[in-house]
Design a protein around this ligand. Structure first.
Ligand SMILES: [Zn+2]
Length: 233
C-alpha cells in the first residue's frame, strides 16, 4: 500500500504517529511523510529563513530512518488557511502520492495549523477525485480512507483503533531525536521534555489496549470512506 501521512509541522508525525509509520515501512509499504509548514517560527533565536532550512534537514533525516519519502510543502508556520491555493497544493500532494490510506491531524487538536491541516487534507482528498479540478497530476480515482492521529497529549481524543508500537517505539524516539531544534524549543516554549512526553502518551495508549506502547487513531467515519477491512498495521 501507499501510506500518506500529513502533519502541520516537520516534527508532528514523529510525535503523533511515527511508531505506526515505522511498522508500515517495515511491513513493506511505501510511506510518504509530508508537512505543510516549513517550521520557520519554532525557535526563540534562530531566524525564520535559517530555521526553515534546519527543520527541512531534520525532517529529511527522520524520514530516512524508516526509508520514507519526505515532502515539505513550505508554507510558513501559522500561515495555513483553508483557501484555494493551499487546497490545490494538498490535492496535488494526494494525486502524486496515490495513497491507499491517509493519516492526518484530528479536527480537535490544540492549535490552528493542526486543525486547518486536518480540514485541508479531508477536503483535498475528496477534491482530488474530481476530473475537472486540474492540478499537475491526473485526478485520483478513489476517495481515500482517512485516519486521524492522536491529538497532542491525547486531549479530547478517544481512539477507536490502536496500533501496537511496542517494537517500533525506539525507532519513533530516534526519529523525533532528529528534530534537535525542537527538543530545545519545546522545552523552552512549552516546558516539556518531548521525548519523555511521547513515552508517557505511548504507555497510556498501551495501557488502554493491553500492550506496552501504542498509538491511537480514529477513522473518519463518513460515507465514501467507511471500509470493512482494517488498514492500520
Ligand atoms: Zn505541530
Amino acid at each position: 500500500m501507499n501510506i500518506l501521512a500529513v502533519g502541520a509541522h516537520p516534527d508532528d508525525l514523529e510525535i503523533l504517529c511515527a511508531g505506526t509509520l515505522a511498522k508500515y515501512s517495515r511491513d513493506g509499504h511505501r510511506v510518504s511523510m509530508a508537512h505543510l509548514c516549513n517550521g520557520n517560527k519554532g525557535h526563540h533565536h534562530i531566524p525564520p529563513d535559517e530555521l526553515a532550512k534546519i527543520r527541512d534537514k531534520e525532517a529529511a533525516s527522520s524520514a530516512k530512518i524508516i526509508g520514507a519519502e519526505h515532502i515539505n510543502l513550505g508554507i510558513e508556520d501559522l500561515d495555513v488557511y483553508l483557501e484555494r491555493e493551499q487546497v490545490l497544493a494538498c490535492v496535488e500532494l494526494i494525486r502524486r502520492t496515490k495513497p491507499d490510506v491517509i493519516i492526518t491531524h484530528s479536527p480537535d487538536d490544540y492549535m490552528p495549523d493542526h486543525t486547518v491541516t486536518s480540514s485541508l487534507i479531508f477536503n483535498a482528498s475528496f477534491i482530488a477525485t474530481l476530473p475537472h479540478t486540474k492540478t499537475e497530476s491526473k485526478y485520483f480515482e478513489k476517495i481515500t480512507p482517512l485516519y486521524y492521529m492522536d491529538t497532542v497529549a491525547g486531549a479530547k481524543f478517544h481512539p477507536t483503533e490502536y496500533v501496537d508500537t511496542s517494537d517500533t517505539f525506539a525507532i519513533k524516539k530516534k526519529m523525533l531525536s532528529c528534530h534537535q531544534s525542537q527538543l530545545k524549543w519545546l522545552s523552552e516554549h512549552d516546558k516539556v521534555d518531548i521525548l519523555e512526553f511521547i513515552e508517557v502518551v505511548a504507555r497510556f495508549r498501551g495501557l488502554q489496549c493491553g500492550v506496552l506502547y501504542a498509538e491511537g487513531f480514529r477513522k473518519a467515519e463518513v460515507w465514501g470512506r467507511n471500509v470493512t477491512k482494517r488498514f492500520l498495521p
